[in-house]
Design a protein around this ligand. Sequence first.
Ligand SMILES: [Ca+2]
Ligand SMILES: [Ca+2]
Length: 487
Amino acid sequence: MVPRTSKFRSFVGWVVVRRWLSVCALLAGAGGGAQAAAPPPPESPAPPPSASHAPSSPVSPSPAAKQPSAEERLWSRGKGIPLGPFKLDVGAGLRLRGEWQENFDVKRYGDDSHDLFLLERARLEVRLRFLDDLQLFVQGQDAHVLGIDFSNGDFPNGSPYNNTFDLRQAYLEWTRIGGSHLGFKLGRQAIAHTDNRLMGPGEWGNVGRYTWDAAALTWRSRALDVDAFYAFRVRHDPEGFDHDHFDYDVLGVFSTVPLGPLKLHAFYFLQMNNFPDAPPPGSSFRHSPGISFEGALASGIDVSGGLVPQFGSWGEREVRALGGYAVAGYSAPVWGKPRLGAHYAYASGDADAADGTIRTFDGVFGAVDRYYGRMNLFAWMNLHDLQAAFSLSPFGRAKLEIDYHLFLLAERRDAWYYATGSSQRQDPTGAAGRVLGHELDLVATVKATPYARIQAGYSLFAPGEFIRNTGTHALAHWAFLQAAYEF
Ligand SMILES: [Ca+2]
Ligand SMILES: [Ca+2]
């Protein structure tokens, strides 16, 4: 259980957050008169939970199609505040989520755990803009959990739930320097590419999974976008400042070429690590080159896909792995824009742990919460994930999503890997079977105002033969209710 002192600290953190918010509201008030008639555009309609916060595009005025509401007028006061040659945008957000977990938790699946807890995440951010293409962005975040059965000590690499007000992002970004195509982005940042599948910040988690201290060079033109970066992953310290990094370095290049209604990507990631103690010990170099695409056709059909071979070395062993995914959906042009989709993801597994070759695919630094089921029981490792998706958007402001997943091991002798990437269970003989189980995910989202979003969900996991043959095999349930307000 969480010690009393920790709960007290959570409470103190909460008080601090409220104070920050009041300061922020005051600041917004101080900017009165600045572009009062220019409300920020509403966010894109109800992105899935892990969607990137996309902080890199400054808020721009939307066409005055209708009179802004009192709420829009209020928060627009915090945008575009003149400050000498600069413009200042102030923003903040608060997200509260209650979760109920039955027979699983963030670390493991099992039939003996029951938990009910409340997550709080608050953000405060300022953006100082000079010209259109040069900006300094600083974002602080406070994250706490109340009532959970874990303490910070249960997470040696940083709690996914607690991180007292800390620097989440602080970067200087200059695109199209001097009218050219070149630019850079330097500092602490979230890195997200397209649908977050290969690289995403993991926004659904309370603290968030990935932030980086990175230097990126960018190329922006009509025919080609390129981001090339070198990055160190920030290790989140729940109580102290986040000054430490994980052992590995990452080099990445991600490019986008538009082709009609499609966007094509070519990319390359290199993860470099030194594992002095881990089995097997030694340096690891994992290269992940690949291609992907996504797009929506006029006929209502949307498609996306990607292929990621991996190769390299880990100590004396070779790395040879493969990951891929394919998505196709159809949205009908009728009330509620119902969409039916078939999604598939594959990650290779290792059939022989002793043959000197590692064949388990590693899901790069992608989001897991949106993919491979929302309960986060699986990673993009040794997996077939067959998904049927249905969604409906009635009344413009609401969205209902229903997903069914069938999960199978790609290789029976390799492990079932949890969303954390750690092995959950393994049968080296392969006799336990291949079927991991079935998951049903229901999520309803209502956008109450351009700034307020309420989301509720329920998920059920029913284990298959592999889990039934290797230990406890209860049904697992998950439910959540989330309210978020961001301006
Ligand atoms: Ca910290
Ligand atoms: Ca092997």
